[in-house]
Design a binder for this molecule. Structure first.
Ligand SMILES: [Zn+2]
Ligand SMILES: [Zn+2]
Length: 377
């Protein structure tokens, strides 16, 4: 800003003006130059100047010091608003504020600080990794707080100055004249977009954005027993919040690859095996693959195709700490397609011994047969 103008000249009043005259003149000028009303070049600056002048001249002590020492009395170039809003205590709008915003408002509002965005990644897991848990690395591009300015956006991380238009509240109040009288409306400050601060000297690292894009490798601990319905939350690992707000979360989804032998249904692992007719008829003890390695399973004599056996505790661990699931082994009796001459001999003997009697299986009538019955064909 150029050379400071005389506060009386700014408010267009005489040096002998009464407090009431100063107040009246300020109200008139504030309405004319309010940046939400007046879009002319320089109106903004003028409005700030008016507020600064009024801040001093409306306070009898400060006015007396100003009369004696001029601008030097006004706090050595410090904050012209004395830390408050331009409509702070003693504002001529105070009574209107009290009516429309409640007495507790006091014309101040903390600018809202936004939380950072949540992010989502999908991690591919092998069947075993999902069962036993794993430590996986995910590559992630995210916005992080600028390390040079610590998200302050101002050069060298200095505290950005309070927005002069709204005095740091992030909103401006506008007086509207209606036939019912004066109305106060509030809207986000256009100068600072509601942030309450102005970046006058932007940080060169983030170009005044406060955040920078970074490629990160993040270690994700996959708990044993996870399935595709689960989403892991990594608190605070999302994007940094703008203006130093709380970072968002990182949500991790998993995609589990299929296994060549096993299938999974919640905590149960399924395996299909084939046994030959002799094993089915006579019983056997066979090796079975489980997720923990090979175990032995007793097949009883007379096992039928489709029969299932349960291996307790050979399933998937409970992600929440309960018991491990089981493995279910489904047996198929495989009839040989080709026989050696010796096997053919043996089957012939077997055939003679078993005879050619056909067992009657209970028949389940199909839809078509029921239809035929119904229409009497
Ligand atoms: Zn920066
Ligand atoms: Zn502002």
């Amino acid at each position: 800003m150029s050379e400071k103008r005389d506060y009386y000249a700014v408010l267009e009043v005489a040096r002998t003006a009464t407090a009431d005259e100063i107040k009246k003149s300020y109200r008139r000028l504030a309405r004319v130059y309010h940046p939400d009303v007046n879009r002319e070049d320089g109106a903004d600056e003028h409005f700030k100047e008016i507020n600064e002048a009024y801040e001093v001249l409306s306070d009898s002590d400060r006015r007396a010091r100003y009369d004696q020492f001029g601008h030097a009395a006004n706090g050595m170039g410090g904050d012209p608003f004395g830390g408050g809003s331009p409509f702070g205590d003693g504002s001529p709008f105070g009574d209107i504020f009290d009516t429309f915003f409640g007495a507790s408002n006091g014309g101040r509002r903390r600018p809202t600080v936004q939380r950072g965005q949540d992010l989502e990644v999908t991690v591919r897991l092998s069947f075993e990794e999902a069962v036993f848990g794993a430590e996986k690395m995910v590559e992630l591009t995210r916005l992080e707080t600028c390390e040079v300015c610590s998200g302050k956006r101002q050069k060298d991380g200095q505290e950005p100055p309070r927005c002069q238009t709204c005095g740091g509240s992030g909103e401006v109040r506008q007086v509207q004249q209606t036939i019912l009288g004066q109305f106060m409306t509030s809207a986000p400050c256009r100068t600072c977009h509601g942030e309450g601060v102005q970046i006058t000297d932007p940080c060169t690292n983030c170009k005044g954005r406060g955040r920078v894009t970074r490629l990160r490798n993040i270690t994700v601990n996959i708990p044993a027993g996870i399935d595709e319905s689960a989403t892991l939350r990594m608190s605070g690992q999302g994007e940094a919040g703008p203006q130093g707000g709380v970072p968002g979360n990182l949500y991790v989804k998993v995609q589990i690859q299929s296994h060549e032998l096993f299938t999974r249904q919640n905590k149960t692992i399924h395996l299909q095996i084939g046994i030959n007719v002799a094993q089915a008829a006579l019983g056997d003890e066979i090796d079975i693959d489980t997720i923990d390695g090979v175990v032995s399973l007793k097949i009883p004599a007379g096992t039928q195709s489709g029969q299932q056996f349960r291996l307790r505790g050979r399933g998937v661990p409970d992600m929440r700490g309960g018991d491990r699931g089981d493995q279910i082994v489904t047996v198929q009796v495989v009839v040989p397609r080709e026989l050696s001459p010796e096997q053919e001999d043996l089957f012939n003997q077997l055939a003679e011994s078993l005879g050619s009697e056909v067992t009657q299986q209970p028949h389940r009538r199909g839809f078509l047969e029921k239809m035929k019955d119904a229409i009497g064909v």
